[in-house]
Design a protein around this ligand. Sequence first.
Ligand SMILES: C[S@@+](CC[C@H](N)C(=O)[O-])C[C@H]1O[C@@H](n2cnc3c(N)ncnc32)[C@H](O)[C@@H]1O
Length: 220
Amino acid sequence: MRKAPNFDGLAGVYRWMEMASFGPLLSRCRFAFLDELRASRNALILGDGDGRFTARLLKENPVVLVDALDASPAMLRALVDNAGIRSSRIRVHVADARLWEPLVPTLDLIVTHFFLDCLTTREVASLAKRLRVSARPDAKWVVSEFAIPKGWFGWLVARPLITALYLLFWVLTGLSVFRLPNHRKALDEAGFTLSQQRRRLGGLLVSELWTVRPAADTQL
Ligand SMILES: C[S@@+](CC[C@H](N)C(=O)[O-])C[C@H]1O[C@@H](n2cnc3c(N)ncnc32)[C@H](O)[C@@H]1O
């Protein structure tokens, strides 16, 4: 198995790198479905980096308990700092998501913002199957991702930009994935259904809300 990338060195500067490149757009993707998450109780947040989404979720939803998993201890420290006094509702797990088995068999929220792009399609498929087993029938999975839209914008702008981002993260973190996974196929095959989608920047950025398909309709 590939080594997990090491984002420790970016924990302090990640927010500023993002602001310099995409401004507020990535945050808008992360927060797109916040209103729908007010009833969630047990959330698993994978690879939230410095934890700006986690902090906001804890603020908007006063009862949710969060399991935050990341391979980077420095990112998890930043996530806990960002949550302030609400960090008492977070359990942190320094782990590789590809190997981790969820502890809570009653997840009603899964969150992956700009995280699945660190995995291959096969790895996303394996993760999604494990998470499906731990997801309640009413669970939601919120995804933010880069995408390559069809047409000239996809070929001339999105594809080269995403390739450049992968090369940058390879240099900075050792991430050895160089193409976006087909996360939609992986989630669909694991038993999740795409319920809502919002696109930004001509389709370069997508926010998605997935729900659980009843087991009878799913080939596990
Ligand atoms: C590109 S950053 C995204 C951070 C944040 N979610 C955001 O919205 O910007 C990817 C995060 O996932 C973590 N990560 C990458 N691969 C991982 C893996 N295999 N297991 C656990 N965490 C991983 C990194 O340490 C980093 O914090």
